[in-house]
Design a protein around this ligand. Structure first.
Ligand code: NAD
Length: 299
């Protein structure tokens, strides 16, 4: 069992609610974000110590990261005055960000040389899962370290699954993100076609929820599309990052990734059009613009 003080770096859409649930579960936090204002948004401020650099967070014997991508994780861990230099032996670093599985294995190796334990623990379940403490957490690393970290995972997630050695959590996450991107684009294309051909999208959704086209995109994202609410949520920029991680892995392992490459071009086009900061459900707007229709609820 670790101490009740946890270091937390990255208080964005996901990190802020996850850190809040840790506080509610009785943990104390040493928190850092380059956007210092985020620290003030945490509840129970009396249990929060605001840090002004990653090295100040290293006083805790468990540190959690929830950062955008590989370069930010490398910066806070390996950079000057980073966690690698400042965390003590036998302490634990948990990376809940979605980053490169290849970089993850390297980081785990460097930390091991210093006697620091490491778990990669990316999540799925989105902002609502983070707020409600119902995230799925996919964990890579040593089994005994995973077992010891259970009280922390239990405070923020519902399905906590051990996936194997270092990097395994990130590999499962990449696979999930690839599938979700492909079915999101598939749904956007198909629904734009159906609406252009003259059927109401709510009817199509009702029917297909009981058909072989049923998928997460239809269950979770179509309601957002019908309401025309494209504020994030999970941004096109972050989903594009995940698709790129899949492309990298496919190239490294020489595994063909046809659909992933096509879907990457669709997401890239949306970024070029200035929609990278929108929710990933906004993928459909690309198809809608070309078809001259909108997939929206009948007024
Ligand atoms: P976000 O951009 O909202 O939050 C990232 C936070 O990290 C920001 O507050 C930012 O200021 C901070 N930050 C960036 N660089 C930093 C640095 N060098 N040092 C300290 N703080 C720094 O992103 P998010 O949506 O919370 O996603 C975080 C991770 O979780 C990503 O890897 C994402 O792919 C993954 N994820 C997101 C969702 C989702 O629905 N948003 C779901 C599952 C997984």
């Amino acid at each position: 069992m670790y101490n009740m003080k946890i270091g937390f770096i990255g208080l964005g859409v996901m990190g802020l609610p996850i850190a809040s649930n840790l506080l509610r579960a009785g943990f104390e936090l040493v928190a850092f974000d380059i956007n210092q204002a985020r620290i003030q948004e945490l509840p129970m401020q009396e249990k929060v110590l605001a840090a002004s650099a990653p090295q100040e967070v290293a006083v805790a014997d468990v540190v959690i990261l929830m950062l955008p991508n590989t370069p930010q994780v490398e910066e806070v861990v390996l950079g000057e005055k980073g966690l690698l230099e400042n965390m003590s032996r036998k302490s634990l670093l948990i990376d809940m960000s979605s980053i490169s599985p290849v970089a993850t294995k390297k980081i785990a190796g460097q930390l091991a040389e210093r006697g620091i334990d490491f778990l990669d623990a990316p999540v799925s379940g989105g902002q609502s899962g983070a707020i409600n403490g119902t995230l799925t957490i996919m964990v890579g690393g040593k089994r005994d370290v995973f077992d010891r970290a259970q009280p922390i995972f239990q405070a923020v997630g519902k399905r906590i699954i051990y996936c194997g050695d270092h990097g395994s959590g990130q590999i499962v996450k990449v696979v999930n993100q690839l599938m979700s991107a492909v079915n999101l684009v598939g749904m956007a294309e198909a629904f734009t076609l159906g609406v252009k051909a003259g059927v109401a999208p709510e009817i199509m959704r009702d029917v297909i929820l009981g058909g072989s086209g049923r998928c997460w995109a239809l269950e979770d994202r179509m309601p957002v599309i019908l309401e025309r609410n494209f504020e994030p949520g999970f941004t096109i920029d972050l989903h594009t990052k995940d698709i790129k991680l899949a492309l990298e892995l496919g190239n490294e392992l020489r595994v063909p990734i046809y659909a992933s490459s096509l879907v990457h071009e669709v997401f890239k086009t949306l970024q070029i059009k200035g929609k990278g900061g929108k929710d990933n459900s906004a993928v459909i707007t690309l198809y809608e613009e070309m078809a001259g229709v909108e997939v929206r609820k009948k007024q």
